[in-house]
Design a protein around this ligand. Structure first.
Ligand SMILES: Nc1ncnc2c1ncn2[C@@H]1O[C@H](COP(=O)(O)OP(=O)(O)OP(=O)(O)O)[C@@H](O)[C@H]1O
Ligand SMILES: [Mg+2]
Length: 304
């Protein structure tokens, strides 16, 4: 890592980014159709070790389709997907995982009543003793989970507590630590802050930065430009299945990113529509131009 110190403008980004490193995952002119529905078209995306690539976009923009292709859930129907420079067509999520691509879905696939350590090892339990008396190595799993969580800076009082009792942010953090422990090189996070408040979102952003500092390439899907700008090295905005913006951090400001997400023209149209609804004084709504120059404070995560 270079540095993970909070910079004067309050972000968790690195001082310098190794942009010359070879991409771990690369999409070239990639697309996906579901029957007649063209969900994604002509998308280029590059994921490098030690960098956070943010994918932003409104509902239905194609974000989930994009990550489903990279994580092996769906196959692309156009263009190429390359891992370490080699074209791939993952048939199953297992194949993507074997290539080091781990995905943390928003619903997290945890077992709420099982202890934290048990969830940490779910599906990859440690065992001891020879067959047929092979049994779970509970002590070792607890110790390892504890050490790995601490290693990421996550301190939980009791790893025996059911994972369902943790906050949403803590559960996301455990999932990130788990992916790091099991050797992921690329970590995909699908809207990890969507259902979280400001403080909890901050916790998750911190561990996204920690995963990046451990050398993982992170793909961070979000609706929230403020969250993206806190940790992102590169920003890709999807609109109606195509890449509307693809820019390195040095090429785009938070204001520009916010405006891309809000869609200046769409805001004007919305204002016009609101004018026809009684009780809304459109004259008091800000102009699109004003929105461009407003430095908004981090907002609460959106809920879907
Ligand atoms: N399995 C599917 N079959 C048919 N159409 C689909 C399927 N999955 C997604 N789509 C369509 O593809 C488009 C992109 O959907 P996608 O779920 O990728 O968007 P998204 O950016 O993740 O949206 P959201 O923010 O709501 O999660 C949408 O028009 C959607 O209806
Ligand atoms: Mg989605």
């Amino acid at each position: 890592m270079t540095t993970n110190e909070t910079s004067p403008n309050g972000t968790l980004t690195q001082e310098s980014s190794p942009t010359d490193a070879a991409p771990v995952v690369e999409l070239r002119n990639t697309g996906k159709s579901y029957g007649n529905v063209r969900a994604l078209h002509g998308v280029d995306l590059t994921v490098r070790s030690g960098q956070v690539t943010c994918v932003l976009g409104d509902n239905g923009a194609g974000k989930s389709t994009l990550i489903k292709i990279i994580s092996g859930l769906h196959q692309h129907t156009e263009g190429e997907v390359l891992v370490d420079g080699n074209p791939v067509h993952f048939g199953t999520p297992r194949e993507a995982l074997d290539a080091g691509i781990a995905t943390v879905y928003q619903d997290l696939a945890t077992v709420p009543l099982m202890p934290v350590w048990r969830n940490f090892f779910l599906g990859s339990e440690m065992t001891k003793g020879p067959w047929p008396v092979r049994r779970l190595d509970i002590e070792k799993m607890k110790q390892t989970a504890d050490a790995e969580l601490r290693n990421m800076g996550i301190v939980l009082d009791d790893l025996d507590q059911p994972i369902g009792t943790l906050s949403g942010g803590q559960r996301q953090s455990v999932a990130i630590a788990r992916a790091v422990y099991f050797g992921a090189r690329v970590l995909i996070l699908d809207e990890p802050t969507a259902a979280l408040g400001v403080k909890q979102s901050g916790v998750v952003l911190k561990y996204i930065a920690a995963a990046r500092d451990k050398g993982l390439g992170v793909i961070f899907i979000t609706h929230n430009p403020h969250h993206a700008y806190m940790v992102g090295d590169h920003f890709s905005v999807l609109r109606l299945g195509t890449m509307e913006l693809s820019a390195a951090r040095s090429e785009v400001t938070l204001e520009e990113l916010t405006n891309h997400m809000a869609g200046g023209a769409e805001l004007a149209a919305l204002k016009h529509e609101l004018a026809q609804v009684r009780g809304v004084d459109v004259e008091k709504l800000p102009e699109a131009e004003d929105l461009k120059t407003t430095v908004a404070t981090p907002s609460k995560g959106t809920t879907e």
